[in-house]
Each structure stands twice: as structure tokens, then as C-alpha cells.
Design a protein around this ligand. Structure first.
Ligand code: NAD
Length: 259
């Protein structure tokens, strides 16, 4: 993977940050995108660059806006050169019963978790096709494979992302490009920590009880997945060794989807 140019969206924390770190450690130059404090994230990028010897730069593009998503890819290509690897990982969640679900939250969850991947893929494909090599990985979820209550937008977006993965895989395969999805179970990152805190407040349960009874209940391993474990799967899918894996939705879920 030495000298491959990669864009990782939603890489300012959690799974995306672990992925950006790992790709940089394997020799990729990385544009790390996400929200957060600019100075802090630029220090983080400088730290990863110093640790790995790879170029690591930050883009604060807001992927709820299609023009910023297209801008991210254009800016990344201008900074690093043509993009070889795209990891669509940015995600947001909103939890509410469907009959009370705010319409603007539906639009936001669909925009960030699904439409941003479409806009980014559309923007990188022409140069990947020209160079006859490319790797696209979409971070879906177990909720891209099964349903769950009170998360209608997220479940719909992640199922849509798995569908988009298959559609892209078929069109891109003749050009040496693969497109896959990873489907994590519960991973201890800010997106889950916020939900645990919310549910603890609503139910009156302690946070570790919420974790065990709600978030780990369907995972036979009984413990959260680590962000680094998901990053390892993503990095494999970005490697030459994974050339024949395409259109797949691969669970990294402690057995969540086995039953
Ligand atoms: P996280 O909250 O640590 O990371 C989310 C990332 O997305 C952050 O970098 C955030 O800045 C970025 N982001 C949010 N809105 C954005 C926007 N408008 N524009 C650009 N970036 C934006 O959570 P995470 O768990 O690392 O989530 C990463 C992906 O993994 C998400 O797609 C999430 O749905 C998925 N996922 C997470 C879990 C889990 O249990 N944590 C399980 C399955 C799937």
C-alpha cells in the first residue's frame, strides 16, 4: 500500500481515526476528514505523520453538503495526487420513535451516512477507472443487515449503503476497482457513548447496564468491538490481496448477525 493516496471520511475520531492511522502506518498518504476543533485535529494529523512518515492532512468538509463532499475529493486530489483509496466512514445517528422522528434529522442522517458516499464515489471513480486501480470501502453497520427500533433513518441509510456498495462493485469491477462494506456491531466510540448516556438517562439504568442489556445483548462475544479491529478489516479490503473481494458486506460484529 506504499504511496497509495487515501481519503478517509469521518476520521476525526473512532473507527475513521483508527483507519487513517493504520493506512498511514502502511505507507498511504491520507486526507483525514471530519468535524471537530481544527487546531486539535491538525496537531493529531502532524502526530500521525511524524509517527508514520506518511503525508497526513486534514479536510473539515461537512459531508451533509454535496458540494463540500465533491470539494473534499477535488482538494484531496490537488494535494496528494489521484485518489486510490476512498473510505466512506462518516456517520451520524438520531434515536427516536418513527412517529416522532424529526424530518430534518431524517434528512441529515441520510445525507451523511448515504448520500455523501454516493457523491464521493461519483467524484473519485473517473480517475480510478483511468488508472485501472481503486479501493472503495463503506462503513455500514449491522443495522445495514437487520433492523432495530427507534433508528429508522440510520437503518434505512445503512441498508442503502450496502445496496450502493453492490451497485458500485458491479460497475467498477471491469476497471480494477473494488467496493465493499464493513458492518460493525457495537464499537466503543463517541457515537455509541452518546447513545448509552442518553438511554441511561431515559431508563434510569446505569451506563454499564445499558451497554450490557441493550448494546451487547445480541453479540455472543459479550464485549464491544475495538475500532482498531474494524480498521484492520478496512485496510485488508484496501490491499492488493483483496482484489477478488468485491460487493461484499462483511460483519465485524462479535456474532451479532448470526442469530
Ligand atoms: P464517531 O462518532 O467516533 O465518528 C463519526 C465521524 O463522522 C466523526 O469523525 C465525525 O466528525 C464524522 N462526521 C459526522 N458528521 C459529519 C459531517 N457532516 N461531515 C463530515 N464528517 C462528519 O463514531 P464511529 O463509531 O467511529 O463511526 C464511524 C462509522 O461507523 C459511522 O458511519 C457509524 O455509523 C459506523 N458504525 C459505528 C458503530 C459503533 O458501534 N460505533 C457500529 C456500526 C457502524
Amino acid at each position: 500500500m506504499k504511496n497509495r493516496n487515501a481519503v478517509v471520511t469521518g476520521a476525526t475520531s473512532g473507527i475513521g481515526l483508527s483507519t487513517a492511522r493504520l493506512l498511514a502506518a502502511r505507507g498511504c498518504n491520507v486526507v483525514l476528514n471530519g468535524l471537530g476543533d481544527r487546531e486539535e485535529i491538525e496537531r493529531l494529523c502532524a502526530g500521525i505523520a511524524a509517527e508514520t512518515g506518511s503525508t497526513v492532512v486534514f479536510s473539515p468538509a461537512d459531508l451533509s453538503r454535496p458540494e463540500e463532499t465533491r470539494g473534499l475529493i477535488a482538494e484531496a486530489a490537488a494535494t496528494l495526487g489521484p485518489i486510490d483509496i476512498l473510505v466512506n466512514n462518516a456517520g451520524v445517528q438520531h434515536v427516536a420513535a418513527l412517529h416522532e422522528f424529526p424530518e430534518e434529522k431524517w434528512d441529515l442522517v441520510l445525507a451523511v451516512n448515504l448520500s455523501a458516499a454516493f457523491h464521493a464515489i461519483k467524484a473519485v471513480l473517473p480517475s480510478m477507472m483511468e488508472r485501472r486501480w481503486g479501493r472503495i470501502v463503506n462503513t455500514a453497520s449491522v443495522l445495514g443487515m437487520v433492523g432495530a427500533p427507534h433508528k429508522p433513518a440510520y437503518v434505512a441509510a445503512k441498508h442503502g449503503l450496502v445496496g450502493l456498495t453492490k451497485a458500485v462493485a458491479i460497475e467498477a469491477a471491469p476497471h480494477g476497482i473494488t467496493c465493499n462494506a464493513v458492518c460493525p456491531g457495537t464499537v466503543m466510540t463517541p457515537i455509541i457513548e452518546r447513545q448509552i448516556a442518553q438511554q441511561a438517562q431515559v431508563t434510569g439504568l446505569a451506563e454499564d447496564q445499558v451497554l450490557n442489556t441493550v448494546f451487547l445483548q445480541r453479540m455472543p462475544t459479550g464485549k464491544p468491538v475495538q475500532p482498531e479491529e474494524v480498521a484492520e478489516m478496512i485496510a485488508f479490503l484496501c490491499s492488493d490481496a483483496a482484489a477478488s473481494v468485491t460487493g461484499a458486506a462483511i460483519p465485524v460484529d462479535g456474532g451479532y448477525t448470526t442469530h
